[in-house]
Design a protein around this ligand. Structure first.
Ligand code: KG4
Length: 339
């Protein structure tokens, strides 16, 4: 008998629903939220209201595209956290109601685990290139920068993480002071293509172990801008490409430095990247180069699996379903990981 999982993701500002049958993706529908653009960041209250408007059409479209009737769904998987509580509540409540109406089990999914397991989403007609266990996963997003040792679908250990800002946050905050729209990461990526990455030097952290820090880089970036703008008010506009390229190179050097150290120490030859920042073209290239240089197998996600999506929630739900790992309907969402 085949297993059909409906996945629901609503942790931040994307409402997404996906259907997976026996680990193969049948549909993945995401509605973004333009409402935040003018505020330069995600406004939690507006996000949860937009989720309320989007959730039914998104789930409906995801099911319709598969041609699978809702009664064929074997379980409903939803992102329980971490994320924005109001946003999570919408997806959680909808998943609970839907599962109860269908009389099928409910599966809670950790958003970060789902980002890692996005690498195991199979697609019809697409060659499978799944990571081999154990592997290291660099999880880089707007809220997280972690190095995770993945020993199985369930066994994941965070061996390094940021002690302050996340990599995506560093991109977004520096982009903001350069007057770029939110989120700044994709704009920096685009502008950096025409810039000189060696033009400016920003400070890099010196932290023991595999942990990251990006607040020093952010401060050194701000000080450079402040000093230069005093002398030339048009400095940012005239040097935008070089600033973006130099900032991007520094972030990637910091990320790859710790990852390489962990891979060497633990003698791991399978390395993956996940999360919103893994859409960055220079970071993707750095992974390819790393693989060639160190004779390692690298795993880079499809663009549609880098940012928040329900395909990764559904695949995590699928593995949990096979283990009979279901959750109680009374389980509340959580904003932060507390363990
Ligand atoms: O995983 P994600 O979609 O969700 C949150 O953590 O909220 O990651 C969003 C982050 C943002 O900081 C955004 O600027 C960054 O991913 N991002 C990028 C690129 N695309 C998205 N950063 C650099 N280059 C990109 N191409």
């Amino acid at each position: 008998m085949s297993v059909v999982i409906l996945g629901i993701e609503s942790s931040c500002d994307d409402t997404s629903a996906a259907v997976i049958r026996d680990g193969v993706l049948l549909s993945n529908v995401t509605a973004g939220q333009a409402v935040h653009e003018e505020y330069g960041g995600v406004v939690p209250e507006l996000a949860s209201r937009a989720h309320q408007q989007n959730i039914i059409p998104v789930v409906d479209a995801a099911l319709r595209r598969t041609g699978i009737g809702r009664t064929e769904v074997n379980a409903v998987a939803f992102t329980r956290g971490p994320g924005l509580l109001g946003s999570l509540l919408v997806g959680t409540s909808f998943a609970k109601g839907f599962a109860q109406a269908l009389g099928v089990p409910l599966i809670d999914v950790n958003h970060l685990q789902a980002h890692v397991l996005a690498h195991f989403v199979a697609e019809e007609g697409v060659e499978r290139h799944f990571p081999e266990f154990p592997f290291l996963c660099l999880l880089v997003s707007g809220g997280n920068s972690q190095i995770i040792l993945v020993s199985s679908y369930k066994d994941m250990k965070v061996i390094g993480q940021t002690i302050d800002d996340a990599a995506g946050e560093a991109f977004d905050k520096c982009a903001k002071v350069m007057g770029l729209p939110y989120p700044g990461g994709p704009h920096i990526d685009r502008l950096a293509k025409e810039g000189d990455p060696e033009r400016f030097k920003f400070s890099k952290p010196n932290i023991a172990g595999y942990d990251y820090s990006f607040s020093g880089l952010k401060t050194s970036f701000l000080y450079t801008l402040r000093d230069e703008v005093k002398a030339n008010p048009a400095f940012v506009r005239e040097n935008l490409n070089d600033l973006c390229a130099s900032l991007q190179k520094t972030v990637i050097d910091i990320l790859m430095g710790k990852l390489a150290k962990a891979a060497k120490d633990l003698r791991i030859r399978h390395i993956a990247v996940a999360g919103g920042v893994s859409a960055n073209s220079a970071l993707r290239q750095a992974f390819v180069d790393y693989g060639v240089k160190h004779h390692c197998e690298v795993y880079i996600p499809k663009f549609s699996f880098t940012t928040d999506n329900a395909a990764m929630v559904a695949i995590t739900g699928y593995f949990k379903y096979l283990d009979g790992d279901f959750c109680d309907i009374a389980l509340p969402p959580y904003a932060r990981v507390t363990v």
